[in-house]
Design a protein around this ligand. Structure first.
Ligand SMILES: N[C@@H](CCC(=O)N[C@@H](CS)C(=O)NCC(=O)O)C(=O)O
Length: 208
């Protein structure tokens, strides 16, 4: 299997880290959605990352669907909690992490792809409100862990919620290095530092 996309995409990275955690072998192919657009189009006309190309050539998209496929077909375990209540909580946490990724990516497109004179200030403001609303929620999810160095959100084992929150936060920090607002989230910073020191995260470094 070939996982396409740079690890600076949090969507790609959450899939890669999941594959590391589940010990599923894969080949990683760094194709850019912008610079390699035409080469990418030959593989999948949708040009979305992550794309997972199966050994028979079929291409899957969407990080959550890819993770669902991997757990169902390539692993005997899931990174979702077994307990029904915890499963719902994890789903809620992952949804919030995905919004953080999505809103930050939309801001990158709005300010990086669109010429300045065509940027829409009200839209940018809306995206920022949604982004920081979701970040506040992530902070509240991980804050109860405190300085605990031996537990993740649901157990001693890393869950998909842990992976998704940590990759979302790393994406924010990577793109907003000098943003003072990020100082307001100490629990996320501590949580991220712990996650990023794990071998599965170290094996998936964010591209420069
Ligand atoms: N819901 C998708 C979102 C993936 C996504 O938006 N990836 C971005 C890169 S971070 C992308 O492919 N952008 C190109 C485009 O939307 O045309 C997922 O979870 O995989």
């Amino acid at each position: 299997m070939q996982l396409i996309g740079f690890l600076d995409s949090p969507f790609v990275r959450r899939v890669a880290i999941t594959m590391q955690c589940l010990e599923i072998p894969y080949q990683h192919r760094e194709l850019s959605i912008f610079r390699d657009f035409e080469e990418f189009r030959a593989i999948s006309p949708m040009v979305k990352v992550p794309t997972l190309v199966l050994d028979d050539g079929q291409a899957l998209i969407d990080s959550s669907l890819i993770i669902q496929y991997l757990e169902a077909q390539h692993s005997d375990r899931s990174l979702m909690p077994a307990d029904a209540g915890q499963y719902i909580t994890a789903t809620r946490y992952i949804g919030t992490a995905l919004i953080v990724m999505e809103k930050r990516a939309q801001l990158i497109y709005e300010t990086g792809q669109r010429p300045e004179e065509k940027q829409h200030a009200a839209w940018i403001e809306r995206l920022n409100k949604q982004l920081y609303g979701a970040i506040e929620l992530l902070e509240s999810y991980v804050a109860p862990l405190g300085e605990s160095a031996d537990s993740w959100l649901f157990s001693q084992e890393l869950s998909q919620a842990d992976i998704s929150i940590a990759t979302a936060w790393r994406f924010i920090v990577h793109n907003d290095t000098s943003d003072e607002r990020l100082r307001n989230y100490p629990a996320l910073a501590a949580f991220s530092a712990r996650a990023e020191s794990l071998p599965q995260f170290l094996a998936c470094p964010v591209s420069a």
